[in-house]
Design a binder for this molecule. Sequence first.
Ligand code: C2E
Ligand code: MG
Ligand code: MG
Length: 721
Amino acid sequence: MWPAKADSKTTDNRRAGIRASFGGSSTQIWKSRLSWRIALAVFLTILTVQVAILSVNIGEVRKTHLIQLVEEGRSSIVPLINKGFSSQPFTNDDQVREMQNLTRISGIAIYATIDGQLLKSYGQPTVARVTRDPETGYIRLPQNYYSNDGSFYDALLTPKSMGGAPSYIVLKLESKDIELKVQAYIEQTILIMLLMSAFVTTVLMIALGHWLLEPILFMRDNLVRASEDPENPHVRESHYDPSDEIGSAIEISSRLIKQNADNIRRIKSAAEDQIHKLAYYDTLTGLPNRTLFIQKLNEMTKAEGNAPDKKFAVIAMDLDHFKDINDSMGHNIGDAILRAVGKRLRAALPEAAVVARSGEDEFAVTMALTKDINNARDIAERVAGVIRSEPFKVFSETFQIRSSVGVSTFPTDGLDPDQVLKNADIALNRAKEEGRDTIKEYSEDFDRAVQQRFQILRDLRDAMEQDQLLLHFQPQFDLKTGRMIGAESLIRWWKPDKSKEGGHFIPPVDFIPIAEQSGLIVPIGEWVLRTACEAAADWQKRGFDMRIAVNVSGAQFFKSDIVALTDQILRETGLKPSNLELEVTESIFMEDISHAITTLQNLHALGVEIAIDDFGTGYSSLSYLRQFPIDRLKIDQSFIRNALNNPDDAAIARTIVRLGHSLNLKVIAEGVETADHEAFLMSEECDEVQGYRYSRPIPLEEINTLAANYDGKLSSFDKAG
Ligand code: C2E
Ligand code: MG
Ligand code: MG
């Protein structure tokens, strides 16, 4: 199954949505989640780095301000110092107080350098103090002290820093504004940091958008388009530089999409070819099948329409008895023969001819008639000739195959291709009916014959309901003893009409084949078997030791349960099974040989006898004869009729008698019309006879009379004859 171009409306809309939001324009970048993630990560990274730097800087800034503060205090105090003082550090205390008011010095403590003694203090007391170790007498100088709330800073000024004053001075300095300054510094720095981060992020976003996201979205858009219609993807051409990573990724993805589309198209077309092959070609022979043949015929008729004087031939050919070969030799051999037939036909006919396998063992040919080959029959002869010309060799076996061929011509025999082919088929059926191995050209009469068949079938159905069917009986005799051993039942159809006689007989050959083809033979056959058995049961009661022979068609063998029916009728009528003989023809072995054998065995098991009717005319299954449970061979009347003037027929009759005897079978001859026939059969030691010499098939009452009056001598028929 190929993906539908549009699965559903919703999927379509969703895809359209995806395409709209990732159109690749730079404004879309701000909607991209990936961009935001990158931006946030960058922003936070810059911020973290700056916070780290800031936290280091704060200490430095504070320190710088405190140094400035101390320097300010020192420079304010140094000019006031009494340089050579011993007990009076400042020349003037008032100056000191004034200086205190003007500067940020809130307290001063002055210590002697010799012993660390507090000499004098002004203003607020300092926390940092110079002390003296009482044990060692060493002076301990304090560290500068910064109050916890940052409101003051006590700083020690050494004599050196004051240009050689003979004292240590600890200044108490007001430092409240330093913390304010540090605060301001922090705020300012944070603002700058934020602005900088935002700026960097923006620039980065734009750069990312341009170099990374836009191409990714472009690629994604192409992939979405490709997934919508993989076979014909509307991929946009890339304008990105293929030498960078993303540009080459886009190029590769586009190439893959195109390759995928190519592959799909290739697979699809291969599948289409395959499907086309399966739908239009016969896998065994590789020839066009019936469908393609009709299509070609259509094309030809249309093309011929433009050139009205053109004609072409349609040939339908069927291999004779192919089914028999297939069933008896196996399908491998059958298939090999069909292939060989296909090859021979193809090789024997011109390139322009269409040769098709139109059915199981049927082939069809069509070809335009030209100046060289202007007769459809010539082509038919070539077809039949090519099959007959030499035997088919398969697995070191040879098979001589014949064919039946039907011919029709366009436009003479039909204007539409179906009709021309149908007419070729009708002609083919005719060829088969007329004993196969023949060529038949279509004639309108065939159509009429088909219509007639339909009429007969309709009438035959009525005949069954209106009791127009009856049985006649033809006696059979033992040639040696002259005894009347039984009779064959033969169906008669008395069709009422408006004639003087009130009706006429329709011969069985005119309706039995039609009944067989339509399946109507099954109910007819059932009626025949029951009526015949009833008659024979009546003979049994009257004390006539006579067998009844009943004809059974192949169709009854294969389309109904003849065994169950026979069993049931024997029980119903009380007829002794050995007094019933079923006559079958060799044709039943052609349909399904194993089914035929089983059925015959089951019938035989009932005690019923089996005769092979018209023996010698069928497609010989002599090799199988031994396997069949049969009791009697019935020599076909054609051999008897001609035995006296045709040595071949006499030889066949003789051979059948010998063959039968060698297999322990009885042999009966039918169509015995004259005493000469009788004499011939007697000399050949044939066992039984039946024919006009003794009696035509007659109604039940008449055969009853005959049986009652017959003196047991065949010579008694001399006078009658
Ligand atoms: P078949 O079974 O071979 O029957 C023998 C045919 O030869 C009969 O023709 C019979 O009338 C004819 N016949 C007998 N003796 C002579 C003779 O000395 N000379 C000539 N020229 N003909 C003779 P019929 O009755 O027309 O039957 C024709 C065929 O119809 C039968 O051939 C049989 O195949 C079929 N048929 C007849 N009745 C039935 C039936 O009840 N069921 C089936 N399935 N087929 C039947
Ligand atoms: Mg018969
Ligand atoms: Mg016969």
